[in-house]
Design a protein around this ligand. Structure first.
Ligand code: HEC
Length: 92
């Protein structure tokens, strides 16, 4: 039974990445280590950036502001798009 549950978990996780699921990527890439209320990156629902700016910022934060301390996010364009959609979805 345990093995079946394990396989199921892997299948679910795999399909989430295939569709570039922003919420799953946010967890997998450890964004939450710095982004939450009270943490140094702050709660991303307070971000005012539009989608294009979000993608640009994540890809190369220092191109937006040389003073930023956030490391560039290593992800494909598809993943960056999904992450930006996820960040936008937090604002509702
Ligand atoms: C090591 C800590 C750290 C990690 C990990 C991190 N961030 Fe950040 N992030 C920051 C900090 C700090 C800022 C504030 C600007 C600065 O000083 O870099 C920031 C700013 C941002 C902003 C700009 C918000 C705004 O409108 O000003 C976005 C978007 C963002 N992060 C997304 C992400 C995503 C998505 C991930 C995961 C892929 C991530 N961050 C991972 C520390 C981090």
């Amino acid at each position: 039974m345990k093995i079946i549950l394990c396989l199921l978990a892997v299948a679910v996780a795999g399909s989430a990445f295939a569709g570039a699921d922003g919420a799953a990527l946010f967890k997998a890439k450890m964004c939450g280590a710095c982004h939450a209320a009270g943490k140094k990156g702050g709660d991303l629902k307070d971000s005012k950036m539009d989608k294009a700016s979000l993608v640009k910022f994540m890809k190369d934060p220092k191109s937006v502001n040389p003073k930023v301390t956030m490391p560039a996010v290593k992800a494909t364009d598809e993943e960056l798009n999904a992450l930006a959609d996820y960040v936008l979805s937090l604002r509702k």
